[in-house]
Design a protein around this ligand. Structure first.
Ligand code: COA
Length: 171
């Protein structure tokens, strides 16, 4: 039973409410977000931009669901064709719904989509070295760590090392 679907612009109010409620909890794991990030207008724009990129085949914006309720987001980003046939995944789940397997199932949905309908060869994900919860989610979906990228992403205001994980369609 899928726990994700493609996002729509109508999800903007629910996503905005979640981001506002989880602002402090998400801050250590995300790029620094200014106040404007947390407005309905901005989240509508983010979804519109993401859906335009989806229409071009460049990404897939998903919402994570508990029944009909939106409880998080997952993006398949940077879909690259040609010889690479790869994409990167990023996700978060509302604190109120964490620890119940939603991220694990959402990543499983993304894997099925990537290697099924999208016909990709490879998925990548990266986590902070101490993001054990996210690493568990990836390991449980068959991802394997293949290295540490120094100073890889600017998270919570500083360039931080990340563990790189990948999963191949053939695995
Ligand atoms: C990472 C995140 C998406 C996991 O969501 P979730 O729905 O709680 O994930 P699941 O319930 O599927 O699995 C989480 C696993 O991590 C474990 N876990 C949770 N917090 C942990 C911690 N502090 N230390 C160790 N393990 C932890 C859980 O026990 C669970 O493993 P288990 O089922 O084997 O016990 C969520 O914590 C989150 O949104 N974090 C902030 C944003 C983020 O880090 N995104 C990923 C960036 S790479």
């Amino acid at each position: 039973m899928p726990v994700t679907r493609v996002a729509t612009v109508d999800d903007a109010p629910a996503v905005t409410a979640l981001l506002q409620a989880n602002r402090e909890a998400l801050a250590p794991w995300e790029p620094t977000r200014e106040d404007a990030w947390f407005t309905l207008e901005n989240q509508r724009t983010v979804l519109e931009t993401s859906l335009a990129a989806y229409a071009q085949g460049a990404m897939v914006p998903l919402v994570i669901l508990d029944g009909d309720e939106v409880i998080g987001r997952l993006n398949l980003n940077g879909i690259t064709r040609g010889a690479l046939q790869s994409a990167a995944i990023g996700y978060w789940v509302s604190s109120a719904h964490q620890g119940r397997g939603f991220a694990t199932r959402a990543v499983a949905d993304a894997v099925a989509l990537a290697f099924g309908d999208l016909g990709l060869h490879r998925l990548q994900a990266e986590t902070l070295l101490h993001n054990t919860a996210s690493q568990q989610v990836l390991l449980r979906n068959g991802f394997r760590p293949f290295g540490v990228a120094p100073s890889y992403l600017k998270i919570a205001g500083s360039w931080q090392d990340h563990v790189l994980f990948h999963l191949l369609a053939t695995e």
